[in-house]
Design a protein around this ligand. Structure first.
Ligand code: FES
Length: 506
């Protein structure tokens, strides 16, 4: 008997389903085409429309329903432990620019909420990075100092609102949290009112970089645009081999109502125990709060996800005994090898194509920042942090080699090692489970549904050919190499893959 709620779509999506947008069915000619309607894509399109450009957003699935719709929705410039590292790898000025760029993005979003009258549950809160392990106190003190030197209102504290003692914490005041879909749906509405276009259920399959650029889509319609922005979380077009600099990371979320007097009143994260993140949100009419706990990060397609949900739920109940866990979902992030997002030209020779990726779990402030930065690049305005985030920045052995080598070794292990993996037979796959089996010299991904019917697919990921693995908690096939995800019938849930897993007969 499971001790955690069944994983499904996020609380944000349930409580703000939003209107459907039409697929793209006719050829289109615009100034800028934005691929992806998450926070980075919509923020970019919105800023461009405000700058007077004709914009179209093309989304493979639904607006703000991918990673953005599954995040914990913290808007803060405190990104766990980033400033002490940035100070060393990018210098004090790099750390200052990072803090300023993230803070200005949040301030800009707050101003937009006022301007649009967006009812998105915006709340100003302090953000904390805490640790219970006394051995981490020096690290936290160093982070507090580095964050303060970078310009944030940061301090080292030992008291927090959490219902358990901590060894120490970095606190940054004046940060924010909100309902991400309510905010982004309001942004999409205003974008359309300004003449922008938003299309759903339209997968972009090809990008021809020319003057102008040309996109081909799964509906058969094409988009011609002077500039193209690839904002698909993990880039679906990647001439610069950015995939060698990005590692996918999946994280689980459990949530449930909590009495308001138990609210820890802040946004918390700890690097302990494979990350634990805590915030609350307004909940219902009764004045309760929704406790949202995130953690258990792991490479997609690896590990026992049901057991991870159990562990995370156990942690939430241990520390908040009164919570009634009612929701569970998961989200996914991409970590860049040097911790700094990749925002700017798509590749060294790019003149009219741009990318935004690698937000490392901080995609809300990062995506909003990307919207402002890419708009500055397209409209020819200066931006003080363009070099900091430029994806063409030179990789240095000191700052990237360890995580680059680790990631490449992992990918190679999955590409080769997974092919040597022991397989079971299709008959041995129990209802609700999935496994990769060998048949006719091929690896077949077999899931058996609750009625006992098998669903068989090619197990080769359509991105670059790694073998997928089954996630039993979310009933999805996941690729450990770059994080593509597919439903039990092979349809793409998350890129960089754009084509479904091929159907197979058993
Ligand atoms: Fe790249 Fe599967 S996501 S090979």
């Amino acid at each position: 008997m499971s001790e955690h709620p069944q994983a499904s779509c996020s609380y944000w999506i349930r409580t703000a389903p939003g209107p459907s947008r039409p697929p793209l069915e006719e050829d289109l000619d615009v100034d800028v085409a934005v691929i992806g309607a998450g926070v980075a894509g919509l923020s970019t399109a919105y800023e461009l429309a405000r700058a007077g450009l004709g914009v179209a957003v093309v989304e493979a699935r639904r607006v703000a329903a991918g990673v953005t719709g599954h995040t914990t929705a913290k808007l803060t410039a405190l990104h766990t432990l980033v400033y002490d590292k940035l100070r060393r790898t990018r210098g004090p000025e790099g750390a200052r620019l990072y803090a300023r760029s993230q803070s200005e993005a949040i301030e800009h979003a707050a101003a937009l909420v006022d301007e649009l009258g967006a009812d998105c549950e915006w709340e100003t809160k302090s953000a904390y990075t805490y640790a219970c392990d006394a051995a981490r106190v020096d690290e936290l003190r160093a982070e507090a100092k580095a964050a303060r030197d970078a310009g944030l209102p940061a301090s080292f504290v030992t008291e927090t609102g959490l219902p358990f003692p901590v060894a120490g914490a970095v606190r940054v005041t004046g940060q924010a949290q909100f309902h991400p879909r309510k905010y982004l749906l309001a942004l999409a509405d205003d974008l359309i009112a300004r003449g922008g276009r938003v299309y759903e259920d339209t997968t972009v399959l090809g990008l021809e970089e020319s003057t102008p650029c040309r996109l081909t889509t799964g509906t058969g319609a094409t988009v011609t645009a002077r500039d193209v922005v690839v904002a698909t979380h993990y880039p679906i077009f990647d001439r610069a081999l950015l995939f060698t600099r990005l590692s996918p990371r999946r994280e689980l979320v459990v949530a449930g109502p909590l009495e308001a007097d138990r609210d820890p009143d802040g946004m918390y994260i700890t690097p302990d125990e494979g990350t634990r993140s805590v915030r609350t949100a307004p909940y219902g009419e009764s004045g309760q709060r929704l406790l949202i706990v995130t953690g258990e990060h792991f490479t997609p397609g690896t590990g026992d996800t049901p057991a991870r949900f159990e562990r995370l739920s156990g942690w939430a109940r241990e520390h908040f005994p009164d919570v009634d866990l009612t929701h569970a979902w998961a989200t996914q992030d991409n970590d860049s090898t040097d911790t700094v997002p990749l925002v700017g030209p798509l590749h060294p020779g790019a003149r009219h194509t741009y990318v935004a990726s690698g937000f490392g779990g901080w995609g809300l402030s990062g995506g909003m920042m990307a919207g402002q930065l890419i708009t500055a690049l397209i409209t020819g305005k200066d931006c003080a942090w363009r070099e900091l985030y430029d994806p063409r920045r030179v990789r240095t052995a000191v700052r990237e080699a360890p995580s680059f080598l680790k990631h490449q070794a992992q990918v190679a292990r999955h590409f080769v090692g997974d092919r040597l993996r022991q397989t079971t037979s299709a008959d041995a796959v129990a209802p609700g489970e999935g496994a990769v089996v060998r048949a006719d010299g091929e690896r077949i991904a077999v899931h058996r549904d609750d009625d006992g019917h098998p669903h068989a697919l090619s197990a080769r990921c359509t991105h670059l050919g790694c073998l997928v693995s089954f996630n039993a908690a979310e009933r999805a096939w996941e690729c450990p190499c770059h994080g593509s995800r597919f439903d039990i019938d092979g349809k793409v849930i998350q890129g960089p893959a754009t084509r479904p897993l091929e159907q197979r007969d058993l």
